[in-house]
Design a protein around this ligand. Structure first.
Ligand code: 1GP
Length: 243
């Protein structure tokens, strides 16, 4: 259902806005505010997760779901961030890295649980790109990102990810990255794959957003920019939904 929507929108050459919520950056009141804004501005889906979470992910999902009907998709930074209360999960393999746990090991551990759940499984080839600063995801996954300008490596990685069978490719600069993934890289990756392309990390202005849309991203993920200024959601949503 979530994936079909993404495919449909991709076919119509429409973009989708995904709001990333890190439960540790919120309390119940701020979660209420953020979901309210997401609802008003027609966010397409909510990703929920973080590198380290000390707040309850289940409580955060419950609060979000109490306030809106936007699909909630887990974006787990660890095995502790799996919950049946969400609608789906980005089951990501960190294909830019060479750490077996993040390529397949963790997936094996949670597979039986996921099979029993009603979560929609969105198999994702997750590609981390160096954005000039070290990121939590690179450190926590003990993996090396693809260098910022090595478009050929990113393209080959995305092609391999699609060939292996991932339903989505995610180009990630890392949460709070000083700059987004290079638009040339986004363009080339887009040219070389058929599955929908997600781009996120370091997108902080409407200009960034427009450039990433123009380069061919199908789904754009925003977290930090909205944590800093929730009013940006309206502007970003207008860009995406009038695209
Ligand atoms: C991180 O791509 C997402 O996984 C969003 O990044 O927090 O920089 O928007 P930002």
């Amino acid at each position: 259902m979530i994936y079909n929507n993404i495919l449909q929108r991709q076919k119509q050459n429409k973009k989708q806005l995904a709001l990333l919520i890190d439960p540790d950056k919120h309390n119940t009141q701020s979660l209420f505010e953020v979901t309210q804004k997401a609802k008003e501005n027609k966010v397409d889906f909510i990703l929920i997760g973080g590198s380290i979470i000390s707040n309850s992910i289940e409580e955060a999902i419950e609060t979000v779901k109490k306030n809106c009907t936007i699909p909630v998709v887990l974006f787990p930074g660890s095995l502790l961030q799996i919950s049946n209360k969400a609608d789906g999960i980005l089951l990501s393999s960190l294909i830019s890295g060479r750490n077996p746990d993040f390529l397949i090991g963790n997936h094996v551990v949670v597979a039986p649980l996921l099979k029993k759940s009603k979560l929609e499984i969105l198999s994702t080839g997750y590609i981390l790109i160096d954005s000039g600063a070290s990121t939590s995801v690179a450190y926590m996954s003990n993996s090396t990102p693809i260098p910022y300008n090595k478009t050929d490596i990113a393209v080959a990685t995305a092609i391999a990810g699609e060939m292996i069978g991932h339903k989505l490719i995610y180009l990630e600069a890392g949460s709070g990255a000083p700059k987004p993934v290079d638009t040339e890289m986004v363009k080339e990756v887009k040219k070389n794959i058929n599955v929908p392309l997600i781009v996120g990390g370091g997108i902080s202005t409407t200009n960034d957003l427009i450039s990433i849309c123009d380069a061919g991203a199908d789904v754009i993920v925003i977290g930090t920019a909205f944590e800093k200024n929730l009013n940006l959601l309206k502007d970003f949503s207008e860009v995406i939904h009038n695209y």
